[in-house]
Design a protein around this ligand. Structure first.
Ligand SMILES: CCC(=O)SCCNC(=O)CCNC(=O)[C@H](O)C(C)(C)COP(=O)(O)OP(=O)(O)OC[C@H]1O[C@@H](n2cnc3c(N)ncnc32)[C@H](O)[C@@H]1OP(=O)(O)O
Length: 302
């Protein structure tokens, strides 16, 4: 009969092979069809995507920064976002990531100067594919992710909020899928994720009406998880967001990461595949330090 440690080892190997498969898919994308679009994106400089990892709390803060253009995504920022996601994917001590915009504003979507320059269907689709891949990887991170919306989240900025597990808004913030006004539909995966978050009827209302979502409307339709008691640009929102997320990330990083992994598999895989993945992830925490410590302390969950 296989020992407990043998079973744990076996499940660890299964998990590693699942992770390897996902990494191979990501690498295939990085080395394949996106090569041409990377060169084109490089031609649109400006702004940055900054990452600060707070080792003590296990919270990372990802800041989209291009204040002169209301934090619109230049081509270089799209490439930089991908790099930041790469870094977060291998942050084993991390528990959460807060995505915010610089200077009290979330993000006004793609940089319209870049959009004008690559306004042909071929380049548009390649850019879409690039951002879809990056945002899908952001949402699949083994970290609990929060979009902290101050000011405006427009177009691609609204799509970025859907690539996080939770959305928090300051009292005067607005999320708006303005794509229809631009003669577009979301292309960074925002429509598919929006349907998953608020259902197809509400998604249809937001996209076809290009409706402004204020905090009350956002909460009412389930797009927004919490309205923070502060205004945009006041400098208080990040501290409020850290406070909001604290109860969800209490505990050791491997356990928090395992929780996020089983939720991602439940969200994205068929039931059979999700159950398989859940077993593998379970094997990584069963008999692990946090589990043994909890067993030794004879807890009562009152
Ligand atoms: C994926 C599909 C997409 O994301 S398509 C892009 C969707 N986004 C947009 O269409 C945003 C268009 N911009 C706006 O509606 C307004 O600029 C908003 C964001 C409401 C801000 O208005 P307001 O506070 O009056 O400031 P402003 O218009 O003077 O803007 C300040 C400077 O920022 C610029 N800016 C803003 N958004 C973008 C953008 N997406 N791309 C490029 N530049 C942008 C404005 O042009 C303005 O620049 P400048 O001071 O005139 O040089």
């Amino acid at each position: 009969m296989m020992s407990m440690w043998g079973a744990v080892r076996c499940r660890l190997i299964q998990t590693r092979s699942a992770v390897r498969k996902i990494l191979q898919q990501n690498r295939a994308f990085c080395s394949g069809s996106s090569v041409g679009i990377r060169e084109k994106l490089l031609a649109f400089p400006g702004g940055s995507v900054e990452l600060q990892k707070l080792q003590e709390s296990g919270i990372a803060v990802l800041t989209v920064s291009n204040p002169a253009r209301m934090n619109a995504f230049s081509g270089c920022m799209m490439l930089e976002l991908e790099q930041r996601v790469n870094e977060l994917e291998i942050w084993t001590e991390g528990k959460a990531v807060i995505v915010q915009g610089a200077a009290g504003n979330f993000c006004s979507g793609s940089d319209l100067n870049a959009v004008r320059a690559i306004a042909n269907p071929h380049d548009g689709m390649k850019m879409c594919e690039f951002m879809q891949n990056t945002l899908a990887r952001l949402l699949r991170l083994p970290l609990i992710s929060v979009a902290l919306v101050e000011g405006r989240a427009l177009g691609g900025g609204a799509e970025l909020t859907t690539a996080c597990d939770f959305r928090l808004m300051t009292s005067d913030a607005v999320i708006q899928f303005v794509h229809k006004h631009m003669g577009l539909v979301p292309g960074w995966g925002g429509a598919a994720r929006l349907v998953g978050i608020i259902g197809s009827r509400n998604a249809l209302k937001l996209l076809s009406g290009a409706r402004k979502v204020d905090p009350d409307y956002g909460k009412q339709m389930g797009l927004v998880d919490e309205v923070l008691q502060c205004s945009s640009g006041e400098g208080k929102a990040l501290a409020h967001a850290e406070h909001w997320i604290a109860p969800f990330i209490k505990g050791p990083a491997p356990v928090i990461q395992a929780i996020k992994k089983v939720v991602v598999s439940g969200r994205e895989l068929s039931l059979d595949e999700a159950l398989k993945c859940e077993r593998s992830v379970f094997g990584t925490v069963w008999g692990g330090p946090a589990n043994l410590e909890a067993l030794a302390s004879k807890p009562k969950h009152k």
